[in-house]
Design a protein around this ligand. Structure first.
Ligand code: ITT
Length: 203
């Protein structure tokens, strides 16, 4: 993969994601600037897949800023809900004015899941697509990661963001909301996608 250089735009308006991606990028010695800091708009996510949405967010940020850009499109996929909320994970938290409430989103996921599978611990996974785009020439690459787990109710922990308090990754007892952030960085869907990106950078 083509080199990124020493500065990159993180094309997200989600502070939880920005925090996690900046921590991962720091290890590569690449300076990060957030889309919000540059006053970049939030593009409409019209893609049908995580990869398509990450790609469109990265391309727009690269074109508008003139810098390489990294975007993340991610979400929670519940087996009993046939992969929903999936690419609509952020939208499940929004009220009519577009304000996000994660308790509401988690309640909706739990209610719908429980209705289909009341007894078994519900299987779910997080997906993260990371896209890197370079300005001017339309080049972009996408990497996808995943972490499997189960859902719990009630939600536990306030250390993560989004659906973290109701997700227990396989092989662990704590939710991502209770996890030490360093440990989440080691095993999360975002870390998995990031490892693939770093491997490609080394090629
Ligand atoms: P940007 O598009 O600006 O990056 P967003 O929050 O709108 O921010 P997405 O469209 O990718 O991002 O929505 C994904 C949602 O899935 C996100 O808002 C989170 O709540 C949830 N999600 C993604 N990764 C997560 C994680 O590591 N832990 C918990 N929830 C996560």
């Amino acid at each position: 993969m083509r080199a990124i250089g020493d500065k990159i735009v993180i094309a997200t308006h989600n502070p939880g994601k920005l925090r996690e991606i900046a921590a991962l990028m720091e290890r590569l010695g690449i300076d990060c600037v957030g889309a919000e800091e540059l006053g970049l708009p939030e593009p409409e996510e019209i893609g049908n897949t995580f990869a398509d949405n990450a790609d469109l967010k990265a391309r727009e940020a690269a074109d508008l800023s003139g810098l390489p850009a990294l975007a993340d499109d991610s979400g929670l996929c519940v087996d009993a809900l046939h992969g929903r909320p999936g690419i609509f994970s952020a939208r499940w938290a929004e009220d009519a004015d577009g304000k996000r409430d994660w308790i509401r989103a988690m309640e909706k996921v739990w209610r719908e899941t429980e209705a289909t599978e009341p007894d078994a611990p519900p299987a779910a996974h997080f997906v993260c697509a990371l896209a890197v785009a370079w300005p001017n020439d339309g080049q972009a690459e996408t990497f996808e990661g995943r972490v499997d787990g189960t859902l719990v109710w009630p939600p536990r922990g306030d250390r993560g963001f989004g659906y973290d308090p109701m997700f227990v990754p396989v092989g662990h007892d704590q939710t991502f909301g209770e996890f030490d952030p360093e440990l989440k960085h080691a095993i999360s869907h975002r870390a998995d996608a990031f490892r693939k990106l770093v491997a490609a950078l080394g090629e």
